[in-house]
Structures are given as structure tokens and as C-alpha cells.
Design a protein around this ligand. Structure first.
Ligand SMILES: C[S@@+](CC[C@H](N)C(=O)[O-])C[C@H]1O[C@@H](n2cnc3c(N)ncnc32)[C@H](O)[C@@H]1O
Length: 173
């Protein structure tokens, strides 16, 4: 039987996503980038970048050489690109509209993500294949199955707990 989502996912592949948009609070995003020790030599990729807050912060506050957000939803891509333009960061922050499973990731020295375990499981072999030695990965909320975290950080704010998992290529897998 044809459900509404199945029907719409054919002409509009961007609607065929399973991870909802829930922005990482900015203070948590800052801790993610601190945990990965982002600096001027880094190229930061946020997988499922929402409104672009993590790539923007990586460049503005951590002086990353470059940051890339990959986002499947065109409305969020538009919001993020507009924010990048307003802040004059076009040369250093790129927002790609696409599926994280299809965009090459080999350039990243730091990867951040706030995704659900099913999609992370699909991403795992891609990250293992494409990321270079020493690249760091920070996952907000969910651990990557089979990888050994280098560090786990628990944050608490007024509303909830946040768990951050830091991995490193060569140490964690
Ligand atoms: C929980 S939100 C996190 C947003 C942002 N990274 C942050 O931390 O504020 C997950 C984002 O991933 C996007 N997403 C889900 N599946 C995706 C996929 N296959 N490829 C690219 N983006 C995806 C969603 O549209 C959503 O914006």
C-alpha cells in the first residue's frame, strides 16, 4: 500500500529523511568544537547541519580554516546559506544540499554530528573508509557502535543532559 510519505519521497527525495531537525544548543555546539580541539588548520564537516550553527561557529569562534555543512532539507539549507551570507563567511563556510551518505567526506579533519543511530550505522563504513588518520569525530547524544570513544563528556543545562562522544581515526577504530 502507498503511504503518503512513500508517495512524496519519490518526486521529492529531500523529504525522505528520518532524522528530525533538533538544533544543538549553542553552548553544547561550543563544547563539541572544544572537545575536538578545532583550530586554524582544521576543516570541519557537520553532517546534517540544520541552520548551519556548527560550521558557522567553527569558523567564527574557533578560526577553522574551512567548515562545511551537509543538509538534506532545502528550507534549512536556505536558512543556513542566508546566515553565512549575512556574516560574510561565504569564502570559508559552505553549505551543501545533499545526503550525508553521498557527499565525499575525505577532506574533513573534524566531523560533528547529531544524528540517530540508524543513520550513524549507515555512515560508519563511509567514515572508516574516507577519513584520514588523526581526524576527530564528535557525536552529540548517540555513540557510534563498534568505535571506542577517546573521551565521553556529559553536560547538564537547565533543561536536559547532553552526552558528547569524541572519536579519533587510528585510536577509536
Ligand atoms: C538533530 S538535527 C542537528 C542539526 C545540527 N547539526 C545541529 O546540531 O544543530 C539533524 C539534521 O540532520 C538532517 N538530516 C537528516 N538526515 C540527513 C541526511 N541523510 N543527509 C543530510 N542531512 C540529514 C536533518 O534534516 C536535520 O537538520
Amino acid at each position: 500500500m502507498w503511504g503518503a510519505l512513500e508517495f512524496w519521497s519519490i518526486p521529492f527525495p529531500e523529504l525522505n529523511f528520518t532524522v528530525p531537525y533538533v538544533p544543538t544548543p549553542k553552548h553544547v555546539a561550543r563544547e563539541m568544537l572544544k572537545l575536538a580541539k578545532v583550530g586554524p588548520q582544521d576543516v570541519v564537516y557537520d553532517l546534517g547541519s540544520g541552520d548551519g550553527r556548527i560550521p558557522i561557529m567553527a569558523v567564527e569562534e574557533f578560526n577553522a580554516k574551512k567548515a562545511v555543512g551537509i543538509e538534506i532539507r532545502s528550507d534549512l539549507v536556505q536558512i543556513a546559506r542566508e546566515e553565512v551570507r549575512k556574516r560574510g563567511l561565504e569564502g570559508r563556510v559552505e553549505i551543501i544540499q545533499g545526503d550525508v551518505l553521498e557527499v565525499p567526506l575525505g577532506e574533513a579533519t573534524v566531523v560533528t554530528m547529531f544524528l540517530l543511530p540508524d543513520l550513524m550505522e549507515l555512515l560508519r563504513p563511509k567514515l572508516e573508509k574516507e577519513l584520514r588518520e588523526g581526524a576527530r569525530i564528535v557525536s552529540h547524544e548517540y555513540p557510534m557502535a563498534k568505535w571506542k570513544p577517546v573521551k565521553v563528556v556529559r553536560l547538564e543545562d537547565k533543561y536536559m543532559y547532553h552526552t558528547l562522544f569524541l572519536y579519533e581515526v587510528g585510536k577509536s577504530f
